[in-house]
Design a protein around this ligand. Structure first.
Ligand code: MG
Length: 400
């Protein structure tokens, strides 16, 4: 019991670099004591704001800000139906903010509250892409010169580059790609990079669920000679049973999970040791509280963490990732898409990358703040999301 109660819960929407971010601010009965959490569901920002302000604010008002576990369970059960992405993000915003508050009260960084560090910084992987093989190799080289040891390579973005496609008359508007061409090109890419740059550094790749399940099995097998650090999202959450086929046929390390919302999407993958890295998007599963439990669960089965770290995680969310990375014994790698200068101004105290490692600061709580005046200058845009309108050549919509 902290004797400090929740006074105000609100969502702050901001898009400093053009990506919608949702931050939850929880204010307390103690003047000046507040916490911040990431609730970023970039493509449904108004829905998350409504859950936070119309439902959670009255539910939480006057309750003890120290009761994180009890309040997490209250928020999770209060809507009766559970485990959806909108509600999970709203829960995450409050959950992280309560950890931030507890850290400030204890005068400790969140990593200390969670048990203390296993390591001083988190190793990251960066993204190298390009239109040609030579351009990708140059981008890989730039990261290597920055002492980044783990590099994800893609040729032309998710689903690959697209040559002229033969589409039927009346094919709807969308982002088109050819899964078969993507697979052929990906093999050429790995062959090129390994034959020109060697094996003395780690390569990763994100399939983004762009192939059929049996092609996922084939791709994992065909990539095996290139010794990947991991192959990511070859199967959607709906097709997780296919991982048994992948596992029985090759030793390409498998990372999955940025789409997961519900523990039933991951528990059988862990207990059957069908993946090597769990890479959930922490706000999508409800914040630090469930992520710490998930990491401990994975540790028992030899599975490491690789939390999702794209541009549509706020700097507050990145800070939460790093605090967990520092603590979890079974940390594997941290995806790092970078935090641009303007975002750092909006979010003072953002984690910092140096020589292939990202560092948290040692301030109490999550160690990060928001400049609300500056944030207000960059409003979110609500529009129909285009990049998720992914289609294969005959016009069929595909998971993005
Ligand atoms: Mg991914």
């Amino acid at each position: 019991m902290s004797n400090i109660t929740i006074r105000k819960v609100r969502a702050i929407l901001t898009a400093p670099v053009g990506i919608n971010l949702i931050i939850v601010k929880v204010e307390t009965s103690e003047p000046g004591l507040y916490g911040l959490g990431c609730a970023t569901f970039a493509y449904r920002e108004k829905a998350v704001k409504s859950i936070v302000e119309d439902y959670f604010a009255p539910l939480l008002h006057g309750r003890d800000a120290g009761d994180i576990e009890g309040l997490w369970q209250l928020m999770n059960n209060n809507s009766y139906w559970r485990n959806g992405p909108v509600t999970n993000n709203a829960i995450s915003g409050v959950d992280m903010a309560l950890w931030d508050i507890k850290g400030k009260l204890a005068n400790m960084p969140v990593y200390d509250l969670l048990g203390g560090r296993s390591r001083p910084a988190a190793a990251v992987y960066r993204h190298a892409d390009g239109k040609t093989l030579e351009e990708i190799a140059e981008n890989v080289q730039k990261f290597r010169e920055q002492k980044v040891q783990h590099i994800r390579i893609q040729w032309g973005g998710y689903g690959g580059k697209t040559d002229e496609l033969n589409k039927p008359v009346g094919a709807p508007d969308g982002i088109y790609y050819d899964p078969k061409q993507y697979m052929r090109d990906t093999l050429k890419l790995f062959d090129y990079i390994r034959s020109h740059m060697g094996f003395e550094f780690e390569l990763l790749h994100d399939t983004h669920e762009r192939v059929t399940p049996v092609d996922a099995v084939r791709l994992a097998k065909e990539l095996e000679p290139y010794k990947l650090f991991f192959l990511e999202d070859i199967l959607s959450p709906e097709q997780g049973e296919w991982f048994k086929m992948v596992r029985s046929q090759c030793a390409t390390p498998i990372a999955n999970g940025e789409l997961y919302n519900n523990p039933k999407e991951w528990d059988f993958l862990i207990t059957n040791r069908l993946i090597d890295f769990i890479r959930v998007h922490i706000s999508q599963i409800g914040g630090i509280t469930p992520a710490r439990k998930l990491a401990i669960f994975c540790e028992q089965f030899g599975i490491r963490t690789a939390w999702h770290g794209p541009g549509d995680v706020s700097p507050v969310g990145h800070a939460a990732n790093i605090h967990l990375d520092l603590v979890c014994h079974n940390f594997g790698i941290q995806e790092w898409s970078g935090i641009r200068e303007l975002s750092q101004e909006v979010f003072p105290g953002s984690p910092e990358l140096r020589d292939g490692y990202v560092y948290a600061n040692d301030r109490p709580g999550l160690g990060i703040d928001i400049n609300e005046e500056l944030a207000a200058k960059y409003p979110c845009k609500t529009e129909a999301t285009r990049w998720t309108q992914t289609r294969i050549p005959d016009g069929t919509i595909n998971t993005p």
